[in-house]
Design a protein around this ligand. Structure first.
Ligand code: BG6
Ligand code: MG
Length: 218
């Protein structure tokens, strides 16, 4: 079944299109280790979808540590350098299961889609994957001032798509992202474990279950 209405899709990047969430985790875990802070995979859920600056604040709060601004700036730079090193070898094989086919199907069906990501590295990643020009709009961490769960990133994407928020469906792997979508008045599909994605309209355990027909079910 091909969708015939006027919906548009907004995709998160890390953990939805590409498997970079694991690299963010590795890079933050190294920073936490250097700071003597215990940082688990469960703690990492709090960082998903959250900006780089805010991620560091969360880690410092977990470790009950405070740093001055120049120390924070040095850590943010070190984290990003390590992260960029980790993703430098990334290629299209690291797209999450079924995503490339799904984006291709949407494109063939003239269903517009945008990126709505907190990452300042988003465009670089989409270009490395050779899919940047498939997107009608790319809204990333360089375009917005308020981080998810604020709806700014998705509302900006809807505007650039020329769609009303109620006609947009967001695909997200992060709690903060699902909340941002709901705060924007959009439908939200969560990818991951339901306990981490409680406000989602639908949760799928893996991107491989996401097809063009999924969007008709909302
Ligand atoms: C989000 C990730 O997509 O981007 C977060 O889920 C990350 O984990 C955030 O902190 C910012 O990314 P970057 O690439 O600008 O450090
Ligand atoms: Mg994500």
């Amino acid at each position: 079944m091909i969708m015939t209405n006027h919906k548009a899709i907004i995709f998160d990047l890390d953990g939805v299109i590409v498997d970079t969430a694991k690299y963010h985790f590795i890079a933050w875990q190294e920073i936490a280790r250097q700071l003597g802070i215990n940082f688990t995979k469960m703690d990492n859920e709090l960082l998903k979808g959250v900006s780089r600056v805010q991620s560091l604040e969360i880690i410092l709060e977990l470790g009950q540590k405070s740093l001055n601004q120049s120390e924070k700036d040095a850590i943010l730079e070190a984290k990003n350098t390590h992260y960029l090193e980790l993703i430098s070898q990334m290629n299209k094989d690291e797209m999450l299961p079924g995503i490339k086919e799904l984006l291709w199907d949407l494109k063939q069906s003239n269903i517009p889609f945008a990126l709505g990501s907190a990452s300042k590295n988003a465009r670089r990643i989409l270009e490395a994957l050779n899919i940047a020009d498939w997107f009608t709009a790319i809204v990333d961490g360089n375009d917005v001032s308020k981080a998810k769960p604020d709806p700014e990133v998705f509302l900006t994407a809807a505007k650039r798509l020329g769609k009303q928020p109620e006609h947009c469906i967001v695909v997200e792997d992060a709690q903060a992202g699902i909340l941002a979508a709901k705060n924007a008045g959009m439908k939200a599909i969560g990818i991951g474990q339901p306990e981490n994605l409680q406000q989602a309209d639908m949760v799928l355990p893996d991107t491989k279950y996401l097809t063009i027909n999924t969007f008709n079910e909302l």
